[in-house]
Design a protein around this ligand. Structure first.
Ligand SMILES: O=P(O)(O)OC[C@@H](O)[C@@H](O)c1c[nH]c2ccccc12
Length: 254
């Protein structure tokens, strides 16, 4: 990780907080629900495979939504979500490991832990089926992928450029998320996924992340090869069940 890359101030603050966060005392051992299998099952059912995200707030969100995470999770599953993502970052996203624990106990679908994990011990904070690893912030990506797998997690390796995709593939990533949001500047551009996905081999599971709002956005990401869509704000704002359903049925109504 290179602090001189010129990240947006919000990102510098997130990383500073992440560096200070303690890990778990004991190594976790997870019996994970398969995220790729959940995405394929949704697809086979005619649902757009959506990973719906519980994100109380973010540096690019106005206000904060403190609804019960379990109630939100159940509404998202009812709306057809193939999997869930739960923010565990407390200082900038209003997340918590407890929220993830409660959600994972309440639903049957796979649950992704969304955080800025920088150190191996931080993997031991809480059990989840998948864990996000952000290429840009990890010097030892191979080591972190290995450490995640040793614990039973499925690492979702996040990239933003073709060069980062190459690093992810060289490190053996099988599940790759392409973030449409540039974490250096915080702006969103859906053509990011289109460009990066075009460089990916067919056997990786590809997730389009961020900035997906409308049914047309969902179809656009699917046309570009997304095996799954990670959606936060557009589901959290308003009625989470109806919002999830609108996206999971985007290919039916088209
Ligand atoms: O709310 P959106 O635009 O639908 O985005 C969801 C998700 O992609 C976003 O929360 C995210 C993607 N990668 C991250 C890394 C850290 C924190 C958050 C994220």
């Amino acid at each position: 990780m290179n602090a001189s890359e010129g990240y947006a101030p919000a990102i510098e603050s997130i990383l500073a907080a992440a560096r200070e966060r303690e890990g778990g005392d004991e190594r976790v051992s997870v019996d994970a629900r398969s995220l790729p299998a959940a995405l394929s099952t949704a697809d086979a059912d005619g649902r757009v495979p959506v990973i719906a995200e519980i994100k109380p707030t973010s540096p690019t969100t106005d206000g904060r939504r403190d609804a019960d995470p379990v109630a939100l999770a159940e509404a998202m599953v009812e709306g057809g979500a193939a999997a869930l993502s739960v923010l565990t970052e407390p200082a900038h996203f209003g997340g918590s490991p407890d929220a993830l624990r409660d959600v994972r106990a309440a639903v049957d679908v796979p649950v992704l832990r969304k955080d800025f994990v920088l150190e191996e011990a931080q993997l031991d904070t809480v059990e989840a089926d998948a864990v996000l690893l952000i290429v840009r912030f990890l010097d030892d990506l191979d080591g972190m992928i290995e450490a995640a797998r040793e614990r039973g997690f499925q690492p979702l390796v996040e990239v933003h450029t073709a060069a980062e995709l190459d690093r992810a593939l060289a490190a053996g990533a099988e599940l790759v998320g392409v973030n449409n949001r540039d974490l250096a500047r915080l702006d969103v551009d859906l053509s990011t996924f289109e460009q990066v996905a075009a460089e990916a081999p067919a056997d990786v599971t590809l997730i389009a992340e961020s900035g997906i709002g409308s049914s047309e956005d969902a179809r656009r990401m699917r046309r570009a090869g997304a095996d799954g869509l990670l959606v936060g704000s557009a589901i959290m704002d308003g009625d989470p069940e109806a919002n999830t359903r609108r996206l999971t049925t985007a290919e039916v109504e088209a």
